[in-house]
Design a protein around this ligand. Sequence first.
Ligand code: 2PG
Ligand code: MG
Length: 416
Amino acid sequence: MTRIRSVRAREVLDSRGNPTVEVDVRTEHAFGRDIAPSGASTGIYEAVELRDKEERYGGKGVRKAVHNVNNVIAKHLKGRDVVKQQEIDKILIELDGTGNKSKLGANATVATSMAVARCAANSLRLPLYEYLDAMSHLLPVPLMNVINGGKHAGNELAIQEFMVVPKGAKSFRESLRIGCEIYHELKGILKEKFGATAVNVGDEGGYAPPLKKTSQALDVLVEAIENSGYEKEVKLALDCASSSFYIGKTKTYAIDGSGLTSEKLIEYYEGLVEQYPIISIEDPLYEEDFQGFAQVVKRLKNVQVVGDDLLVTNVKRIAMSIKNKSATALLLKVNQIGTLSESIEAANLAKRNKMSVVVSHRSGETESTTIADLAVALNAGQIKTGAPARGERTAKYNQLLRIEQELGSKARFGFS
Ligand code: 2PG
Ligand code: MG
């Protein structure tokens, strides 16, 4: 009854209007569908997204990845038991045979792997989070990206994401409301100070105002939080995505109009943390600098240091980070590694070593809600999935609202 009958892929669109891979998995009685997301500030150690590099869609077509699902993967998954996720992911890893999914494409494997899990959950008539872990009841605190910079916006802010973290709320529902109220207050402030064009939004739904300095963005954020009356409940988080403003030649970081060495950049972060209620900083230094990250962990004692491009959801890199004490949290993106099982393994390794786990979307997203269920299933305690606006972002927040309601009195909420 739970044997896979068919696996079928097609080319669909992501939130930036780029092609991506959607996969349908069917058993006799059940169906599961999922779609691969796509990053812009991608780490050099991420699993590889297969793109056609032909004329259509400016080279971004994914017909080869779709072909790989329909003609290679499908054959090998037919007849397999859909509830054996690890076994199926192992087949995907072996069929690919490379260290970085570059043969089949991580976009092909991730969409397949997630669609398999969805089909399995449906075949057992379970919600996805419960299928993935029946004991998990923790709703994550949202890290809501309300000001976009870096590669996600057309402004001059070096730092990519300015997030509000309503961790003092009593429930997920309340945290979402608080974040949303601040988002709207911020809109009013930006419009008044910088004109109507300042409230145009970036890739993740946050505003992309024409600001140049980090402190300008943080000042308006603090103002929005204070005006809304949530100083107690809300803290701030940054994703510097600093590989995107690191200049290899001079070993400096281009930020706020100057070129800072890593030592000066760490001092700069120390200053920010002193001045603003920042509790989490992602990718403070470029993606190869395990030693520099360790310095950040030491010097910013009360701040969570998150590894995204540094760790790329890869157990080998997480192990290196554990050895060097380079990060206190893992940013978890399923498409960075290419299968659900490998992502869960990455989360478990991080947790066993007392690292926090932040489940994350990509800047190019889809209507898939899988990461919402995954955040609950992993007991992650943190999710970052953009502003409380744009359908591909709210899809995840809305799914968490459903899960919270469904769990009822069993639901817990909190930062961990
Ligand atoms: C990040 C992500 C998601 P992208 O850097 O954390 O916010 O961006 O998907 O462009 O890599
Ligand atoms: Mg990041």
